[in-house]
Ligand binder design. Structure first.
Ligand code: SF4
Length: 259
C-alpha cells in the first residue's frame, strides 16, 4: 500500500489481490470531526470488496449476495463507535414514523439480548461488554455471536429482508459477501463461503478515533449503537485537522497490511 496526500485531493494507491486501485478519498480541507473519515473508510472498503470479488471470479466463483436476502443480517454485526454515531444520526434524519419504528426495534433487540444473558441489564451505560463464555474478547464475541445467530435476532435496521439504511450501512456490511448458496447463510456451520477481507477498515477507524478522541478502541455490537450514541452524545464533538486524521487512519491500515 502506498499513499500520497495532496493539498486538495487525497489519493490512495492500494494493491489488493494483484490489482491496483487508485482511490480518491473524500475529505474536507478544513478541520472536522472524526466522523468525516467515514466516506474515505467506505471508499476503501468498497475497493477491498471489489478486489476480493474479482479475485473470486477469476477462480470461477461469483458473489451470490443480492437484494432481498437478509440472511447475514441475523449475525452479531461488529461496528466502530464512529459508525454507531453515524448510524443513529442517519436514523434520526429519517421520517418521524421510521425513526420511531427503528428506535423501538433497537430497544427490543437490546432487551432480547438481556433476556438471553448476552448483556448485563444493570451494567453502567454505555455497555460495551458482552456476557458469555470466553477467555479473551474474541472467544467471548464468538460465543455470543453463536447464541445471537441461533436466536435468529434480526438487525433492528432490517425491513422486508432489506437494509433500510443502505447508504449509511456499516463498513462490515459493505465488505461481507459470499460465493456460496444463500441457503448456507441461514445456518451456522453450513460452510457459507465468505470472501476474504485483507483489511479490517472498521478496526482501523476505531483505533483512529480512540487515538484522537479517546473513544473505545474496540468494536461494539450494532444493537448497542443507540445506547452508545445516547450515552456519549458529544464523543466526536472535537474538531481535528482533516489531513492528520486521514494520515492516522492510513497508518492504521498500513500497519495491518504489514502484519
Ligand atoms: S445494517 Fe443493514 S446490511 Fe447491516 S446487518 Fe443491519 S440490515 Fe443488514
Amino acid at each position: 500500500m502506498s499513499t500520497a496526500i495532496g493539498e486538495q485531493q487525497h489519493r490512495l494507491r492500494l494493491e489488493l489481490f494483484e490489482r491496483v486501485y487508485d482511490l480518491i478519498l473524500p475529505m474536507p480541507t478544513t478541520t472536522c470531526s472524526v466522523t468525516a473519515l467515514l466516506p474515505s473508510a467506505r471508499t476503501i472498503v468498497h475497493a477491498v470488496a471489489d478486489a476480493a470479488a474479482q479475485a473470486a471470479l477469476k477462480k470461477g466463483k461469483k458473489v451470490t449476495c443480492g437484494p432481498g436476502c437478509g440472511a447475514c443480517c441475523r449475525q452479531l454485526v461488529p461496528i466502530s463507535v464512529v459508525e454507531a454515531s453515524a448510524l443513529v444520526t442517519a436514523i434520526d434524519a429519517g421520517p418521524a414514523e421510521y425513526r420511531k419504528r427503528i428506535r423501538r426495534r433497537f430497544s427490543q433487540t437490546v432487551h432480547r439480548m438481556e433476556t438471553l444473558g448476552m448483556l448485563d441489564p444493570s451494567a453502567p451505560r454505555p455497555r460495551l461488554a458482552l456476557q458469555g463464555y470466553g477467555h479473551d474478547s474474541s472467544s467471548l464475541w464468538l460465543d455470543v455471536s453463536k447464541r445471537y445467530f441461533a436466536a435468529a435476532i434480526a438487525c433492528p435496521i432490517l425491513e422486508n429482508e432489506s437494509c433500510s439504511l443502505h447508504v449509511a450501512r456499516p463498513l462490515v456490511c459493505r465488505a461481507y459477501n459470499v460465493t456460496s448458496s444463500p441457503k448456507r447463510c441461514r445456518h451456522l456451520n453450513r460452510g457459507a463461503e465468505a470472501l476474504p477481507r485483507p483489511l479490517d477498515v472498521e478496526s482501523a477507524l476505531s483505533r483512529t478515533a480512540h487515538a484522537l478522541d479517546g473513544s473505545p478502541p474496540h468494536l461494539i455490537p450494532l444493537p448497542l449503537a443507540m445506547e452508545w450514541s445516547e450515552s456519549c452524545p458529544d464523543a466526536f464533538a472535537e474538531q481535528h485537522d482533516a489531513e492528520t486524521m486521514l494520515a492516522r487512519l492510513l497508518d492504521e491500515l498500513l500497519s495491518q497490511s504489514k502484519e
